[in-house]
Write a protein that binds this ligand. Structure first.
Ligand SMILES: [Fe+2]
Ligand SMILES: [Fe+2]
Length: 210
């Protein structure tokens, strides 16, 4: 009983309420689910987030939205980069990201659920910061360093998200989902390391002009 009382759901739900109200995008028209969750929770019945499986699906939807946003941002980042290696890193990660979306679709198919219905605001914010970087009046080498900074934030966010989802899949006995999520997790981690090598190997030094 004590354990149940300590579960963070009420806080989480309260934290989501203003975000849902302020979100304002059309894609959130079905996020009235958030309010339903509060009512359901308070009523103690029919919880929409009543199990780890519900949370798993919710997290997967969040990742699906995040990855969809990333596929739109990476071409812009590749175009903005001056270093050919950095351009290629963004382009090859775009291909990986498209494959990651396919993996998520495969998982949703297996679960009999739709990947749609959620907007990842965390990724939206990170990508907005990347766009801000692109719109700065920056020296090309400094911009490359800044693009890597933005991209690595994205990779770390994804590493966290995939790590969590993979752990849930494992506990839920979803073997296929576990291995698909693990594969994407490894790709995000490799991409992060590649960006680190580019930054520390040459781009940061090039950006340091005076
Ligand atoms: Fe990704
Ligand atoms: Fe990524």
């Amino acid at each position: 009983m004590l354990k149940k009382a300590l579960v963070a759901t009420p806080t989480l739900v309260e934290a989501q309420t203003p975000a849902n109200k302020n979100g304002g995008t059309g894609s959130e028209s079905n996020s009235g689910a958030g309010n339903k969750t509060i009512n359901s929770y308070r009523g103690g019945k029919h919880m929409e987030m009543g199990s780890l499986k519900d949370l798993f699906i919710d997290q997967l939807k969040d990742i699906y939205s995040a990855e969809t946003q990333v596929t739109k941002a990476l071409p812009k980042m590749a175009k903005a980069a001056s270093s050919t290696e950095l351009q290629n890193a963004f382009k090859s990660h775009l291909e990986q990201t498209q494959a990651q979306l396919k993996r998520l679709e495969e998982i949703f198919d297996g679960l009999g659920k739709s990947p749609k219905g959620k907007k990842c605001k965390g990724m939206e914010g990170l990508l907005e910061e990347g766009e801000e970087m692109i719109s700065e009046d920056a020296d090309p080498d400094v911009l490359d360093a800044g693009l890597i900074a933005a991209a690595q934030r994205v990779e770390h966010y994804e590493i966290s998200a995939y790590g969590t989802a993979r752990s849930y899949a494992r506990v839920l006995g979803e073997g296929k989902a576990t291995s698909l999520l693990e594969k994407s997790l490894q790709e995000e981690s490799e991409t992060d390391k590649k960006l680190n090598r580019l930054a520390e190997g040459q781009i940061n030094l090039r950006a340091q002009k005076d």
